[in-house]
Design a binder for this molecule. Sequence first.
Ligand code: HEM
Ligand code: HEM
Length: 288
Amino acid sequence: MGSIVEWATNPWGQSVPIHIGWVMIWVCAFSAIAFAVVHALYLAVFGKPKVFAVNDTPEMVNSIPEKVVRHGAVARAFHWIMATSMFTLLFTAFLPKVGVKFDWVTYHWIAGLVFTASIIFHIIHASFFLDFWAIWPDRTDVRDAFRRMQRFFGKPAPLPARFSKYPLENKLYHSTILITGLTAIFTGLFMMKRVNTHNIFTRNPYLFGDMTWGLMYVMHGLVGVSLIALVFVHVYFGIRPEKREITRTMIQGWMHKEFFLEEHDPARWRPGKDTDTPLTPPSEVPGD
Ligand code: HEM
Ligand code: HEM
């Protein structure tokens, strides 16, 4: 039986952690697959269309263009560069552990540096050029989560409002990926001191003691396996039929007005205000 952490004895006879038990790869992969299967079956059997409180004025509706820009070109470029480096990190880290042997370390740290650079860029872009508050839960999200839960249990509750730019689930997902992603970067950058980068970075395996190094590898491994599950679930939602319009916005940039008005509240998300998603008149929409 594998365990969560693998231990070894150092030259001084101390027991130190060296990395996670690789059985965790399977635990995370199977949990993610099980979640997707149960979720898909539940929706197929009990799924109902979403209902929201809507009170748009005709002026509000008229002010929305036929194509609402959701992700500008820069945000889309960031997303796909970051995603490519993330898949490279996952495959280079875990394929060798499940039997596909190759010299993975060099590819892994190079992808790690690309991932790090893309996140540094993203933090600056999202903080100063996009709407910084768009991705964090607000009071209305919390109120509506409570209302949805009450309605789910058959209790009377007012209808929830439509979403702002991101539904609560996306905001919570972002917070989780932010914690795991930044932890992988923080520990990964220190771990660069242990590997041979052909003199691009100086090696110093004695920077920390065995115990600290061990815990760092364990932390890197734990967030790494969590990312298997997080990325899998993200892709599962991305390919679900009712989410395709949202996924398409990460490719083409815009969503249809109809979809916008069904799921997004123009009073909570004014595309074009404080974001790089200008409210373009229908005659000027990109991609026509
Ligand atoms: C590993 C870490 C992270 C990943 C993988 C990640 C990924 C993403 C993705 C895919 C989006 C949606 C696309 C977009 O609008 O660009 C997004 C939006 C956003 N992220 Fe991150 N992010 C991370 C860390 C951070 C951090 C540390 C911050 C800020 C301190 C941040 C702030 C934002 C904001 C404000 C948005 C919303 C922008 C808007 O749509 O107006 N992210 N993030
Ligand atoms: C975000 C997704 C990432 C995942 C899933 C991941 C996963 C892993 C795994 C499982 C290991 C093997 C640990 C061990 O053998 O105990 C590892 C090692 C390593 N990772 Fe990552 N990692 C990620 C990000 C990063 C980043 C951002 C960097 C660098 C900036 C990085 C640099 C390294 C280094 C230098 C090693 C050590 C290789 C060695 O000592 O042989 N990783 N990673």
